[in-house]
Design a protein around this ligand. Structure first.
Ligand code: ADQ
Length: 748
């Protein structure tokens, strides 16, 4: 189990090929218990057979849940299957975690919503948190390999937050994501309260792949509309957080040669009795697959064209899935009843029109069924791709069958020679069935051979090759073509130039100056002061410094005349045409003083008490690490006892009057005082800050201004800011650019 991945580039492999790390919800094997021991058997399937050869060749790791609860895994780890060049890395999950992350959020929220079943979508915040936490765990497992330069390829809707978590842990990781199910239109996607966080999660990847173009287009649209990203629909690129993300449409396929060989070897299945026309449906038992509607279409066929009575048999094969989800057992019951009703209505003389089997057949048994079926009905109500359609086509070695295919399956974009139908339109599906059953042999051959050519040339191996080639192209592209400052400038430019003036709000500590151990040492650099002074001279620019420090302190530290200062988290404001001395200051002055005295009396070594007019700050950066949590807890108690509101910043606990007033309100106050209530049509408000307390201002300006979070790491899921800059040096650069008035000219 501790084999390290080896890189073994093959001749002709792309220049950046290296170890590959596949991350998927499940490892490619099933665990079964027998004789008190756990046994692992490989799960068959196109994805496994396509990915394993590449993993073996490049050397690699497969990260996933092994399908058994954490408790059992500890005992069984030694028995996990291995391969000299592929390492399986299990992500241990408890039964409860699987229930929340997989059973609840993946399958009762994302699955229905992404398949446009909005009414069935559950919105459950507990499940969301579990999903995000489990996604982070997958990222942690993959991080060690990502650090050594491997390409990490994340799969499917269960892991949409994993790319961002991985990017957070390994900023220069190479990450790709492929979504196997549809990506819905923005107005459906945004039903999800966490849609932006899901998007940010996905945008942690360098390449995001979808089955078909329309899903890729939906994703580009969502990035532009929900996150305000710069999106180039022509080249399918998204600018996000200083990086360029490529979006691709690459339809997954099957191992075409394997299915063909199996079909040729096994030959057609013996036909039974005198009912020569066979119609086949093969699906996971899932409400998206349209099984019930399909049964109604068979019923309609027998009603409208009675000549098919006694001449057809419709066989529906279903693999049970997600049996614990109520919608699935309801569906099973509904299908049972409808089959019973239709068979009851039409059966005669030992003939029944519908047979259905609930079981999984091995390929050796499934392929002969495909081969002998005169018609395959693949009529999902919505499907990312649908591999059954492609399997049927490749098993049709004698070119006699007809594929009836839903236009709402991704496969319909490629398989145009099928009889393409709207699966909700029962009459149209019945008519297509009639057309398929009565189609002349030469038309059947022509259609089927065209379909086979298409699937043969784009099989699953081509899919893997094409997708990996895209990731190589992304890695080889000239490194992010712009610095973070340039990226932000580019995005701000069109917005800024729409108004005659810009009001820029800047936090002080951590935004204009680097964070230092002692707050009194945070002095402004000469370059920063010069940039602010230049900005202050620009008549189209209004500069406001916003700080948790006292007004006098921040004024003295910045020392630039003609600009506005907001101190004490907004309780004091002073600048041209605006002044505020919040009445809470007087009412709470004594309480705040008393709080400061008590915090000082605690005499914690390294702790520092900062007294301001309306707030008191307790700095713990220099408190011994072991004692810090305790110091924070005691400070919180002290402040709460005096009925002050407790807030947290970076290594600081603060006590403030329990009034509904914060940096966000102070920002709106300044704007309204200076420009009137309709300020959004007169100035552009931009807020730049790094602290937790700045989030209030980001929040106040959402939708009516823009905000930049100063943070070294990729945006944390807790910040609501629009953009990010890495450090104060980048902020100063941006201020210099604003000061130079470049935003007023379209050339920037
Ligand atoms: P699924 O929703 O599982 O996959 P699909 O693409 O049809 O849908 O794959 C089903 C697979 O299960 C096929 O390979 C089929 O042969 C097999 N299968 C179904 N019933 C069976 C039975 N009774 N016995 C044995 N095998 C059976 C998701 C997306 C799809 C997307 C795939 C791959 O929902 O849209 O095509 O991933 O990306």
């Amino acid at each position: 189990m501790d084999r390290a991945p080896r890189s073994r580039p093959s001749p002709g492999a792309a220049a950046v090929a290296g170890p590959l790390v596949v991350v998927s919800n499940r490892l490619p094997f099933r665990a079964e218990r027998s004789g008190g021991r756990l046994h692992f058997t490989r799960s068959p399937g196109g994805l496994v057979s396509a990915l394993e050869p590449v993993l073996r060749e490049r050397g690699g790791v497969w990260v996933g849940w092994p399908g058994i609860p954490r408790e059992d895994l500890e005992r069984a780890a030694a028995d996990l299957p291995g391969d000299p060049n592929v390492r399986y890395e299990p992500v241990p999950l408890s039964a409860h975690e699987v229930g929340q992350f997989y059973g609840a959020f993946s399958n009762r929220t994302l699955w229905p919503l992404f398949h446009y079943f909005v009414g069935t979508t559950r919105i459950d915040a507990t499940a969301w948190r579990a999903y995000d936490a489990v996604n982070a765990r997958f990222a942690e497992r993959a991080a060690a390999f990502a650090r050594s330069g491997a390409l990490v390829w994340v799969h499917d809707y269960q892991l949409l937050r994993t790319p961002q978590h991985l990017r957070h842990l390994v900023p220069d990781a190479r990450v790709a994501l492929f979504l196997h199910i549809p990506f819905p239109a923005t107005d459906v996607f945004r039903v999800l309260p966490w849609s932006r966080l899901i998007l940010r999660g996905m945008l942690g990847a360098d390449v995001v792949g979808f089955q078909v173009e329309s899903y890729a287009d939906h994703f580009l649209g969502a990035a532009a509309r929900l996150l305000g990203c710069d999106v180039d629909r022509g080249t399918r690129r998204i600018e996000y957080d200083g990086r360029t993300i490529s979006v691709t449409a690459d339809p997954i396929s099957i191992d075409a040669e394997y299915i063909t060989r199996l079909a040729e070897r096994t030959g057609p299945r013996a036909r039974h009795g005198e009912h020569p026309l066979e119609i086949l449906g093969v699906d996971r038992l899932d409400y998206t697959k349209g099984i019930h509607e399909r049964l109604l279409a068979v019923e309609r066929l027998l009603e409208r064209w009675p000549e098919y009575r006694r001449r057809i048999v419709f066989t529906q094969l279903m693999v049970p899935s997600r049996e614990r989800v109520a919608e699935y057992s309801d569906l099973k019951r509904q299908i049972d009843e409808t089959v019973g009703r239709i068979n009851g209505r039409f059966s005669e003389g030992g003939w029944a029109p519908i047979r259905y089997l609930v079981r999984s057949l091995p390929p050796e048994e499934l392929v002969p069924l495909y081969r002998s079926a005169d018609v395959a009905m693949v009529t999902p109500l919505r499907d990312g791709m649908n591999l059954v359609a492609k399997e049927y086509v490749m098993a049709q070695v004698s070119l006699t069958g007809v594929l009836v295919l839903s236009e709402l399956a991704g496969a319909a974009e490629e398989l145009q020679e099928a009889l393409v139908v709207n699966p909700f339109d029962v009459d149209a599906v019945a008519a297509a069935l009639h057309r398929a059953l009565s189609m002349p042999a030469d038309e059947r051959q022509a259609r089927m051979s065209a379909l086979r050519d298409r699937v043969r040339t784009h099989d699953v191996h081509a899919w893997v090759r094409d997708f990996l080639a895209e990731t190589d192209r992304a890695a080889l592209r000239v490194a992010p073509d712009a610095t973070p400052v340039e990226q932000v400038k580019r995005r701000l430019l069109p917005w800024l130039s729409g108004r005659p003036s810009v009001t820029v709000f800047l936090d002080y500590d951590g935004t204009l100056t680097p964070i230092v151990p002692r707050p009194e040492d945070a002095t402004l650099s000469r370059a920063a002061r010069a940039a602010l002074a230049q900005a202050a001279r620009n008549p189209a620019l209004d500069v406001v410094i916003v700080s948790g420090r006292s007004l006098d302190d921040v004024k003295a530290r910045v020392g630039v005349a003609g600009i506005t200062y907001v101190g004490d988290h907004g309780f004091q404001i002073e600048g041209p045409g605006v002044a505020l001395h919040h009445d809470g200051l007087e009412r709470y002055r004594d309480v705040v003083e008393r709080a400061a005295d008590r915090l000082e009396a605690m005499a914690v070594p390294g702790a520092q008490v900062e007294r301001k007019a309306a707030t008191v700050s307790y700095h713990v950066r220099r408190v011994d690490e072991d004692a810090r949590a305790d110091a924070v807890r005691r400070a919180e108690q002290t402040l709460r006892r005096l009925r002050l509101r407790v807030t947290h910043g970076k290594m600081v606990v603060e006590g403030r009057p329990p009034l509904d007033w914060h940096k966000g309100q102070a920002v709106l106050y300044v704007l309204t005082q200076r420009y009137g209530a309709n300020w959004p049509s007169r100035t552009r408000a931009l807020y730049i800050g790094d602290d937790v307390t700045d989030e209030d201002a980001f929040q106040s300006l959402r939708g009516i201004g823009r905000s930049i979070h100063v943070s070294e790491a990729a945006p944390s899921s807790t910040s609501v800011a629009d953009y990010r800059l890495p450090d104060p040096a980048a902020v100063i650069q941006l201020v210099r650019w604003l000061g130079a008035g470049a935003f007023t000219s379209p050339s920037g």
